[in-house]
Write a protein that binds this ligand. Structure first.
Ligand SMILES: C[S@@+](CC[C@H](N)C(=O)[O-])C[C@H]1O[C@@H](n2cnc3c(N)ncnc32)[C@H](O)[C@@H]1O
Length: 219
């Protein structure tokens, strides 16, 4: 990509690159010239790619899943995230993973969600967007007090203020805090862990109708 940037002002080179590596040029155009539109494109791709398997996994009609993707795409949520600094945010989940979190949450309609690893707060924002849209539920998040975030920014800085009403952040080590919080809240309907140091995987677990339905693990 750095080669691409260094020659991008040369029209002839740009044309040659377009012929040799069209996907690289397309990716460059999408990400550098319209960051917001490229994120929306990724959610649309996730909708096409995952709707059917998600519907089968969650045992719901595929049109319900597609409708939840559409309700996310119909809002200015991505624009708000971009305005809050999404482009510079480090070590977040992928935007398509955020959309999957939102859709799963719409199906589960949880009362209690637990999350470990907030960072800039992209996953947190998607979960809170869902809870706000369904008008119920609370999210309990845990992050280390001294974690490495962009200078001058607070944990969860991407989360729009209007979504924070359903959020409680606990600062500390999840290995210590999680057992305490689980004992306090009792039943948890959905949990998400993006916690590289602890697990080196991202893991989503959901519970429906009182029993554990399963786990989706993102490598
Ligand atoms: C990859 S970032 C989370 C990204 C976030 N979910 C998002 O989408 O923007 C991982 C986060 O896990 C936190 N973390 C790492 N070890 C932890 C621990 N033992 N307890 C709580 N949080 C931890 C880090 O401080 C960091 O903020």
């Amino acid at each position: 990509m750095s080669n691409l940037i260094s020659i991008e002002n040369n029209f002839l080179n740009k044309m040659l690159l377009m012929i040799r590596k069209p996907s690289l040029v397309l990716e460059h155009i999408l990400t550098s010239h319209d960051f917001e539109r490229s994120r929306i494109t990724r959610i649309k791709v996730a909708k096409g790619r995952f709707s059917e398997s998600l519907a089968a996994f969650l045992d719901v009609n595929v049109n319900e899943i597609r409708g939840y993707f559409d309700s996310l795409l119909d809002t200015d949520f991505i624009r708000i995230l971009v305005l809050r600094g999404l482009k510079d945010a480090k070590a977040t989940i992928l935007i398509s993973e955020g959309a999957l979190l939102y859709v799963v949450c719409r199906v589960v309609k949880p009362e209690v969600v637990v999350e470990t690893g907030v960072g800039a707060g992209l996953s947190t924002a998607f979960i809170l967007k869902c809870l706000t849209d369904i008008g119920k539920g609370h999210l309990i998040s845990i992050d280390l007090p001294d974690q490495n975030i962009l200078e001058g920014r607070e944990i969860g800085y991407l989360i729009p203020p209007e979504l924070r009403r359903r959020w409680k952040l606990h600062k500390g080590d999840s290995k210590v805090l999680l057992p305490q919080l689980l004992a306090e809240v009792g039943m948890v309907d959905m949990s998400f862990h993006a916690h590289a140091q602890a697990m080196s995987i991202r893991c989503l677990s959901i519970t429906m109708s009182g029993g554990t339905l399963g786990e989706v693990v993102y490598l």
